[in-house]
Design a protein around this ligand. Structure first.
Ligand code: GRF
Length: 193
């Protein structure tokens, strides 16, 4: 079993899915130690309260530098004996301070088929580009933007009748279905090594 911390900045629907999948037994191999958010008003906090998951708000504005901010996060992670960080809509670039402490142990989900459409809004970028297909990617985080080693990818055909919201819904459905499963596979595989 690996101890994970989930990082989010917004809605937290993936966070909730990862928690619920574990509760129902659909997912396994990980223990959710806590949620870390960088914004007081992130809806993910409401979900954590509802689900009974411990959470911490770590606001970068309370620190003199990104380094100090991430050192504080590391302190919390050490207290909680966190092995892996799972990003779920965490809108900040992870710097070398945290990356060096958790090398190859930070996982992200990106709402496009990388290397297509990296960056902040992969769903809108794919929609605006009028491509016929997009997808989702789960990958390790390295020091680039959405460039780390790919763990899992899934394609999604874009229906020409979909508007941007339809596409967002379809992408989220895939994310919710697959993120807990991919984490389970990854962590269970680690156990067998
Ligand atoms: C997801 O689409 C994820 O791929 C991206 O941010 C979004 C987070 O959504 N990195 P939510 O907060 O989990 O609802």
């Amino acid at each position: 079993m690996v101890n994970i911390a989930i990082f989010a900045s917004g809605s937290g629907s993936n966070f909730e899915r990862i928690v619920r999948a574990k509760m129902s037994g659909e997912a396994d191999g990980y223990i959710i130690k806590l949620l870390i958010v960088d914004k007081e008003d992130a809806f993910a906090v409401e979900r954590a309260k509802m689900l009974g998951v411990k959470y911490r708000v770590v606001n970068p504005k309370d620190f003199i530098s990104k380094k100090e901010f991430e050192l504080n996060i590391i302190e919390i992670l050490k207290q909680e004996i966190v092995d892996y960080i799972v990003l779920a809509g965490y809108m900040r670039i992870i710097s070398s301070t945290l990356l060096n402490e958790y090398t190859h142990k930070i996982i992200n989900i990106h709402p496009a088929y990388l290397p297509e459409f990296p960056g902040k809004d992969g769903i809108k970028d794919a929609f605006d580009a009028k491509v016929k297909q997009t997808g989702i990617t789960i990958h390790f985080v390295d020091n680039g933007i959405d460039t780390g080693e790919i763990i899992y990818q899934e394609r999604l055909k874009i229906d020409s009748n979909w508007n941007l919201n339809d596409l967002r819904k379809e992408i989220h459905n895939i994310e919710h279905k697959i993120y807990p499963i991919v984490l389970t596979r990854l962590f269970k595989k680690g156990e067998n090594r």
